[in-house]
Design a protein around this ligand. Structure first.
Ligand code: SF4
Length: 435
């Protein structure tokens, strides 16, 4: 019943197609050449640049900005992509305001950083528009490596391994590569099918055989992969969704599914959305689900979080974005029950500060309270609910590496996953070539 177009209060096509298309257009317009030049000229090209240290993939930011300012955006793109092969997507989704731009000396001095993210997008878009791939494979080594998961960690790992001359078999449970980039982020952050185009472009390196619809544990075992390959990298992300242990939770839907449906539709007018939507959670997925519900035409959207604003994992920038789109942010609210008779009617909360109970009308409730690794493959040591790793993603089993969200440690960010995939690939390469 949840999210069905036949449930009272839930309807498709609340807004005309033109409005929807405008609502889901690029969140930030790309810079044109003149704007990029002006933005690049604000950089001091710092020695020991703090922006570079803050970047999880250690992109040489002053160098690429200098390359833009001297009229060489494609050289700038190569500088970026050498460190971060998904530099195009990261330019769109990185929380730059808490990474490179937060520590930019111009932010510290003037409260206005160099627009590093937008400059990165300018450079990488220029190069990708040519559909040219700037890297070449090394001579073939004869080594064969399985990479499980074609999300940011897996793609970065596969590309680096292919570049070193290894043959890569890239497996993903879903029909398309891209992982969260393709299925799990707001549509206005990845317009014009960018995630799919980027994955295609990345695979132009050659030497990567993509197999979709193949799930570890269901269609293939880790033992099989180890027997048939010289090494295995696990980067399957977190496919499970945390349960909401309250009465009536069966009336709630998953924010992850809502976002995925939205990303995969080619007709936004066909997507059902409630009139009164409540999203439970305080992370990026909660923000993406809440904002997109509003953009689809929901009248009242509330994002309810059990703690205070500062404890939210969504950045302040994302919180402000949600508020600017008309999402009501509710803090210190713990859900107690979802009420309804076959379909959701109200969500009951308790205020964690005052103990006061209150209800919010809702025809749709979406839970966005975190994702989890469905199963840790047998034989691998765990760290909490994730795969235990040491060094550059080495697991407890020889020949098996892991990175991205399914591995313990590191922040669950696209850029961190890219860095982990890349570094594991370097370690796999060094290990195999030593052998
Ligand atoms: Fe340029 Fe800011 Fe980085 Fe300095 S900290 S190199 S000014 S982007």
């Amino acid at each position: 019943m949840v999210n069905s177009p036949f449930t009272p209060g839930i309807a498709a096509g609340r807004l005309p197609a033109e409005t929807l298309s405008e609502n889901f257009s690029d969140l930030h317009a790309p810079l044109d050449a003149h704007e990029a030049s002006v933005a690049a000229d604000r950089c001091y090209f710092c020695h020991d640049a703090p922006c570079m240290t803050a970047c999880p993939t250690s992109i040489d930011i002053p160098l690429f900005i200098r390359e833009i300012s001297t009229g060489m955006p494609e050289a700038a793109a190569k500088t970026i992509l050498e460190q971060n092969i998904l530099g195009g997507m990261c330019a769109r989704v990185c929380p730059t305001e808490t990474l490179c731009e937060e520590v930019c000396v111009r932010e510290v001095a003037e409260g206005k950083p160099v627009e590093i993210g937008r400059l990165q997008r300018y450079a990488t878009d220029k190069l990708m528009a040519k559909n040219a791939h700037p890297f070449q494979r090394a001579p073939v080594t004869g080594k064969r490596i399985a990479v499980v998961g074609a999300g940011p960690a897996g793609l970065a790992c596969a590309h680096r391994l292919a570049m070193k001359g290894h043959d890569v078999v890239l497996l993903d449970a879903r029909p398309k590569p891209g992982g969260l980039n393709e299925y799990g982020i707001a549509a206005y952050k990845s317009t014009e099918d960018f995630a799919a185009r980027e994955a295609d472009w990345l695979m132009q390196i050659g030497g990567i055989e993509l197999k979709t619809g193949v799930k570890l544990g269901r269609d293939v075992s880790l033992d099989d992969l180890r027997a048939e390959h010289d090494a295995v990298f696990l980067g399957m992300g977190l496919a499970g969704v945390n349960a909401l242990p309250i009465d009536g939770s069966d009336l709630a839907g998953d924010a992850v599914d809502f976002i995925s449906d939205l990303r995969q539709t080619d007709d936004l007018t066909s997507l059902p959305v409630g009139r009164n939507v409540v999203v439970i959670g305080g992370g990026m997925t909660a923000v993406d689900a809440a904002v997109q519900s509003k953009l689809l035409g929901a009248q009242n959207v509330t994002m309810a979080y059990r703690r205070g604003r500062d404890a939210m994992s969504a950045s302040r920038y994302e919180q402000d974005l949600a508020a600017s789109k008309g999402v009501h942010l509710l803090f210190d609210a713990t859900p107690v029950a979802v009420h309804g008779d076959g379909a959701c009617r109200e969500v009951e909360f308790t205020n964690t500060q005052t103990g006061e109970a209150f209800r919010i009308p809702a025809d749709t409730v979406l839970r966005a309270i975190g994702q989890t690794l469905e199963d840790v493959p047998a034989g691998l040591e765990q760290d909490g609910k994730k795969i235990k790793v040491s060094g550059a993603g080495r697991t407890s089993v020889p020949g098996v590496w892991a990175g991205g969200d399914c591995a313990a440690g590191g922040e669950d960010l696209t850029v961190t996953a890219v860095a982990e995939g890349r570094d594991a690939a370097e370690d796999i390469h060094a290990t195999l070539m030593e052998g």
